[in-house]
Each structure stands twice: as structure tokens, then as C-alpha cells.
Design a protein around this ligand. Structure first.
Ligand SMILES: Cc1cc2nc3c(=O)[nH]c(=O)nc-3n(C[C@H](O)[C@H](O)[C@H](O)COP(=O)(O)O)c2cc1C
Length: 336
């Protein structure tokens, strides 16, 4: 698809392009990139691309909406970095539920230092599946991460050691449920480069070390069998910072908002030199998600589990070219 990017509202074509590049740098389950953008003369629309959903791992498309929320935060921040206020309308048309948001550039106002710092972190944020250094994340920084979630109306629960112990068991159970399901395994293979002729998803170079029995958490192995066992004696950090990003509701709207909160936490972490990765098995299996909800007090809907710490650099994971996700005229229900 060959799409010419044109000005939107007061944004120049170059500013629109930068904002779209920023949006597509968002994380997504198995790097599925389940979004589409449609530019009108006055707005950038964010649509869910349900043709790229994980129907087995994410049958309700909750994680798909989280990823789109992350893309929406990036879009907002990039527009702010250009000195423009984005007027965001979530779910602007009831009859088109896949139209997740419409973003209209409105008045000009210089970005704040925090907005600039977060926008600059967008291309530097990566999922880092490697062991982190053993230095703990200082409590002041943990407070900033919690505040980042709250700014976007989310809640970040930092797990204490006994809670981590319970999470560890929940993760193992969830992982087992998933690997025992042939449909899950087939979908996993399609999106991790293991199925023949498919070059989608997470490349092997982005995987962590081969899983080992003593690991505190079962991390997904994206290596396609090529992961190297870590150097003897080198292990995952002994006191990982494990956080659960929760929302107060579990509606579509709340999930989109939670995606923005998740991304603000990740970008705040990146801006402070921290690395991060995801542990999502436990929130994908309904029974373990319910138990995790109880573990964090019963009042929040767990949306995603994050591991945060000091890591070594990892390579970027590729994205589709912009032209593949920015469409011209969209049919009203293009994404079914
Ligand atoms: C909702 C969601 C769930 C994810 N779950 C996992 C996971 O369980 N394990 C993992 O290693 N990565 C997980 N990821 C990270 C993606 O694989 C990653 O974002 C994608 O490969 C793109 O790479 P990047 O984050 O480095 O840009 C998840 C990302 C999102 C947004």
C-alpha cells in the first residue's frame, strides 16, 4: 500500500510522519503490531487491526487493546514534543468499536521537560528478556514509576517477596496450561518465526537466555531453540522488581487507558536508564488472572505484569514499514 502522508490540522507532513513512527514503536504481544492509522485533514485515527489478533492467547483482544493504548500514548507524546496539544477522543463512534481513538492536533503550546524526556525515550525503549544487574531499583524511582501509572489513571502494584513467590507459582501454572494447548502452541509458532515461511513476530535475536529450572519466573523463549544457556553462575537478578499494572475497570475503554499507563511506566523507566520486560502468561489464563487479582487486593483488574531493572543493551525489534499500517480511505469496518 502506498500512502502519502499529508498534514493533519496544524501538524506538517513531517510532524505527522514522526508521530506515526513514534506510535508504531509501541510494544505489542509477540510484536503483532495490531494497529492501523488513518489520517484525515483534521485527525489521526487509531484503529484496532483485529486481523493481527492472537485469538488463542488473547481471545478477548484485551492485550491487543493494551498495545494500541501504548501506541496512542506514543502518538500523544510525539505530538506534544512538536509543540502541539493533541485532543484525544477515545471510541468516538459507537457504531465502529475498532476505531479506538481520534487524535486532533489543536492549540500550540511548548512541551514540558517531562513530555520531551518521555518522547525522547520512545525509540530507546525495548523489551529486555536478559538477566538484569543485581542493583535494586531505588525506592524514589519506584515511586516515579507508580506516579507514571497514576498520571494515566492506572495503578502500579509493586509485589513484595511473598507476593512474588505466589506470582511465581501462578506463572508456572499459566505457562503449563498454555503449552498443553495445541492451539496455543500452533499460534505461538506462527508468531515466533518457527513456522515455515513466516517472518513475523519476535526475532530470535531478541530472546533471552534459554530457560532453566531454577529461574524464578518462566520467561517465554523466543529463540526458536537457538538461545544460549547463560554463563555458569550468571543468573537472573535475585530481587527482581515485579509490578502489576492494574485498572479500576475492565472495559475496552479501561484497557485502552491501561495501555497508556503501561507505556508511561515503560517510558519513565527507560528515561531513568531502566530496562523492562513482560510476564503475561498469568494474565492470559483466566483462572490465574483471577488469583492475581486477589493477590493485589481484589479491587484492581490486573492488565500486565512487568519486570523492571538495570539491564545491558539489547537490539531493537523490527516494525512494519509505516506505509503498511497507515491507510488511505478506510471502509468503516475495515479491520474485521
Ligand atoms: C500486552 C503485551 C504482552 C506481552 N507479553 C510478553 C511476554 O509474555 N513475554 C515477552 O517476552 N514479551 C512480551 N511482550 C513484549 C513483546 O514481545 C514486544 O513488545 C515486541 O516483541 C516488540 O519488541 P519491543 O518491545 O522490544 O519493541 C508483550 C508486550 C505487550 C504489549
Amino acid at each position: 500500500m502506498n500512502t502519502t502522508i499529508t498534514p493533519v490540522g496544524g501538524l506538517t507532513a513531517a510532524e505527522v510522519r514522526d508521530a506515526l513512527v513514534a506510535a508504531t514503536a509501541a510494544p505489542s504481544l509477540h510484536n503483532s503490531q495490531p494497529w492501523r492509522f488513518h489520517c484525515t485533514p483534521s485527525a489521526i485515527e487509531l484503529h484496532a487491526d483485529t486481523s493481527r489478533a492472537m485469538d488463542v492467547a488473547d481471545p478477548d483482544h484485551r492485550e491487543l487493546v493494551l498495545a494500541c493504548g501504548a501506541a496512542l500514548l506514543n502518538l500523544r507524546l510525539a505530538i506534544r514534543a512538536s509543540g502541539t496539544i493533541p485532543d484525544v477522543r477515545p471510541f468516538p463512534e459507537q457504531s465502529h468499536p475498532d476505531l479506538l481513538a481520534s487524535v486532533r492536533p489543536s492549540a500550540r503550546r511548548p512541551a514540558t521537560p517531562v513530555e520531551r524526556e518521555l518522547a525522547a525515550a520512545i525509540p530507546r525503549r525495548r523489551t529486555n528478556r536478559k538477566p538484569f544487574h543485581h542493583d535494586p531499583v531505588p525506592t524514589e524511582l519506584q515511586a516515579q514509576l507508580r506516579q507514571a501509572a497514576e498520571v494515566e489513571r492506572g495503578w502500579l502494584a509493586v509485589l513484595d517477596p511473598p507476593q512474588r513467590q505466589v506470582l511465581r507459582e501462578l506463572s508456572r501454572r499459566a505457562h503449563q496450561v498454555q503449552v498443553d494447548d495445541p492451539d496455543f502452541v500452533a499460534e505461538w509458532q506462527r508468531w515466533t518465526g518457527r513456522a515455515e515461511g513466516i517472518r513475523e513476530g519476535v526475532p530470535a535475536r531478541s530472546s533471552g537466555p534459554a530457560p532453566e529450572p531454577q529461574d524464578e519466573f518462566v520467561l517465554r523463549d523466543f529463540s526458536g531453540g537457538t538461545a544460549r544457556t547463560r554463563v555458569a553462575g550468571k543468573d537472573f537478578e535475585p530481587e527482581p522488581l515485579i509490578c502489576v499494572l492494574g485498572s479500576f475497570q475492565d472495559s475496552r475503554h479501561a484497557q485502552l487507558q491501561a495501555g497508556m499507563a503501561m507505556q508511561r511506566v515503560l517510558l519513565t523507566a527507560t528515561a531513568h536508564g531502566l530496562a523492562s520486560s513482560f510476564l503475561s502468561q498469568v494474565v492470559e489464563v483466566p483462572a490465574t488472572r483471577r488469583e492475581l487479582r486477589e493477590l493485589i487486593g481484589g479491587g484492581l483488574w490486573p492488565q500486565i505484569v512487568l519486570r523492571i531493572g538495570y539491564g545491558s543493551p539489547v537490539p531493537a525489534t523490527p516494525r512494519h514499514p509505516l506505509e503498511d499500517v497507515v491507510t488511505g480511505e478506510l471502509a468503516p469496518n475495515h479491520s474485521g
